[in-house]
Design a protein around this ligand. Sequence first.
Ligand code: ATR
Length: 275
Amino acid sequence: MSDRYCVFGHPIAHSRSPRIHALFAEQCGQAMTYEAIEAPREDFAGAWHAFMAAGGCGANVTVPFKEEAYRVADVLSQRARRAGAVNTLVHGRDGRTYADTTDGVGLVRDLEWHGVALYDARILVLGAGGAVRGVLDPLLAAGPRALHIANRTAEKAVGLAADVHAQERGQQASVTGGGYDALEGAYDVVINGTSASLAGDLPPLPDTLLADTGVAYDMMYAADQTVFLQWAGARGARTIDGLGMLIEQAAEAFFLWRQVRPDTGPVRDTLRHEL
Ligand code: ATR
């Protein structure tokens, strides 16, 4: 019998994760199924426990359940504890729920895939929501010269940076709150982690934000470029969307479940064609 996996979200109908994991399973010869489940907003824990009781082996968790999944976990990885949110659950042989976050690894691996150097780079992250929370620690671990977080709502950026500071790393993240138009300086890598871009309302950004050889990365992806990437491309920046990050975070989750590493290259090609 096949092992059962799923992704929980709300909404979840448009998730690409079932397709990605089906491709991984086929490539690696793994007998498993992976479905999309729309959990009720008010009872994520119930949905996960019901899935385990029905033989579920593991799950991915997406918006809006990443923090609830953190609370449901019996055992958290170190990087999950640092992020305060998780995207991968494992139903352990002992019946307990093990949780990890693979979003940050996914982002860093995708940047590496594209040959973007993070060591000694000046990195700007736009946004301070749940999506950004999961990626800060791996970005800092890559050894940037500076990591700056900017957000519309000042308190959220300050809170997030404080959590990062608490992580006993030698480096620190600096912060700008209250909007993006006061940002100064040029960055080597600008990462959009706000949800604004998909809604089509990019807040005003200074023209000087990207260095001459700058890279603009959007954690979102769209069949057409996101508004943020359109903005950056029009200013001569190299642009990369978040499809590769989605595939890399999935590959890391797949590894946690199956102890097999899929080759993400062919899956990237397939998904890009299907967009
Ligand atoms: P997610 O889990 O996707 O990160 P979230 O936690 O609600 O969702 O965070 C959304 C992020 O997008 C926040 O940084 C939010 O800014 P605020 O903290 O100021 O709300 C940002 N965001 C969403 N819409 C935006 C807009 N129109 N302009 C600027 N920032 C926006």
